[in-house]
Design a protein around this ligand. Sequence first.
Ligand SMILES: [Zn+2]
Length: 495
Amino acid sequence: MRFRLILPVLAVILSSLPAQYEGAKPVPQGLKKGFASISPDYCEEILSYLAGPECQGRGTGTDGYQKAADFVAARFKEFGLKPIGEKGTYFQHVPFTVARTDPKSHLKFRNLKLRCGEHVAFRAADVETEAEVVFVTGGFQFLLETPTKLNRRIVILHGDVTRRSSGVRRQMRRNRPAAILAVADSVQKPVWTPSSRRRRRTTQVNGSITLAAAKRLAKAIGVGERALTVAEGEEDGNVTTPASGRNVALVVKKETKSRGVPNVVGLLEGSDPKLKKQTVIAGSHLDHLGVGTNGVVYPGADDDGSGSAALVALARALSKNPRKPKRSVLFLAFCGEERGLVGSRYYTDHPIIPLEDAICELQMDMVGRNEEHHPSENRTNEKGEDNVKTTHLIGSKRISQELHETVLAMNEHIGFTLEYDQEGVYTRSDHYMFARKGIPISFFFSGFHKDYHRPSDTVDKINFTKIANTAKLVYLTVHAVGNKPHRLKRERKSR
Ligand SMILES: [Zn+2]
């Protein structure tokens, strides 16, 4: 019985412990209520939806992205933010051309038809051809003795040869097949996604095929399942081609249409009748990479589910706190960031509130992990366990030294160990679109990790205390910048 009595008391003591890092100053007077509302648990609740199964990796233009946008808009409504989007909504639609593979696309040999979305999946392309099939089954290092065999063929890869930069993948750059299909556990139905701004060569088909379908095709063209196994004594791999003349028909078509995809926008009005015309902007990108043609979801828990969860927690905190900043606060969750900052470019070219009234933009993108070594993005030997309390402050002094100093002063109440060794990512998130217009920015970024842009960027690896503390740092910065008697001083026009 005693434990039952003691436990609630313990819980009260634990929940009243300060959530900032060790040695941090107490929260400024008048800001406590909002500050205390930003908890790791709340951030986890929001992120679990955004990076969960419903949102399917939030690919711009997909249904999963729309669900994430609806979810954030519903939170903005719950907090009483002003809907400043189109027709009294929280949406500003950004025009995209979306494309998908025509679901009637297929591979066909005599009576055997392998259908798109069932047996095979293709990236959108326009190709109609007849070609011989070559099966290449083998390891990462495996190389063909006569790679010219791959020229203009339909190549089916199985095993570690399917991996990026495998020996055979490299050989295929010079000996271009008509199609490259990797054997996968499952294939995805065609989905609408924005077409790339870069003109991709669409003369080559890329995609996936299920193992069962690959076996049926092998059997039909008379090479047998042997083509999909590596026998003992041939450790590296094997290449199997059918008798000549057994051409397979490949038909892949691309459909396009235009579709508006929303940036989610909300406003908290400032408390000062004059200064409320000006805005402090907080931003994140709501989109991520969606689903690959092999059906694998990229949840983007850190990138940028973490910043979007922080944005929601920030909006909630500012609306809960009785004392509001004098200037207004504009919340922007962008689409199309992973497509090349498309949503933020559109916003800054079509601002809802004039950009001359923007004081600064505070961007939270990847704020929920402990930085560690990454083969191309972070070649240091940093380990996650040494970065539990670190985050990066990027670009904050490029336009306004005063913004930088304000963030540093507010961090005394949080206690992050701030790092400055990732300035190279300055142009790589939405804040840059504001900087190019001369608006001071500060980009909060906890750093790269091995799951960056991989399906393994999942919720279970997130440091929720770090997300909450980032939201708290931005919360205090918004108040500080929003209450200054003057606009932030700017030393430089842009960058
Ligand atoms: Zn990102």
